[in-house]
Write a protein that binds this ligand. Sequence first.
Ligand SMILES: [Ca+2]
Ligand SMILES: [Ca+2]
Length: 232
Amino acid sequence: MRMRTRWTLMSGILAVLMASGAAAATLDRSGSWTPPKFQPPLLPTNLGDALINDGSFELGPPPASAWTEVANPTCGRIGDFTSVWYVSAFDGTNDYWAGGYCDGGSGNVPLTSSVTQTITIPTATPQLSFHYIAFRPDADDAAPDGDHAYVAANGAEVWTLPLVRASDTYPEWSEAITVDLSAYADQSIALTFGGISEGGLTGNIRFDFIELTAGPAIVETATWGAVKALYR
Ligand SMILES: [Ca+2]
Ligand SMILES: [Ca+2]
């Protein structure tokens, strides 16, 4: 009986949280997209050693986050978006979602946002590595209008991805993407992940598991068992 009471209370809290979250953020402008199925959580990666500070966004939204976040309209996008996307974080519980739409009280508006933190690029591990999942349920713009995701060093874009349907990886997270930051070795830089939305329609992208490594990701062609053996 006690168990049932507790579960009912938790269900109620969960329903309130999901209802408030669903009203604030959607993947499509009409807010009508529903997933064909729930994606099971990925195997925990927990390779860990090379993660940058809060590189898996597990500290949650600011002010706890190591990242500063700016968004227009104001709409926080560091958190757990499993209930909206039906796809879990790449690692842990939280990630950062750029693009998409935010209802600031007058209907869904395409979101432009970014997260930034200052990090030092070690000479020995200057390769930035991360994973993303991209999804655009809305139609592409008749003429491309510049919707894109990016990674920037000191404000200069070092990686970009058009937020168009051809870029979709949904329902899968990407392999590790590697960006060479050796030009910034031994320097402190402002590292930014973001998404820019133009016009009335846009796409979505989530970033997670940001590392600095010695070279191109060694896990891409390895089996899970081999990876575990490597890091044991
Ligand atoms: Ca994470
Ligand atoms: Ca657009």
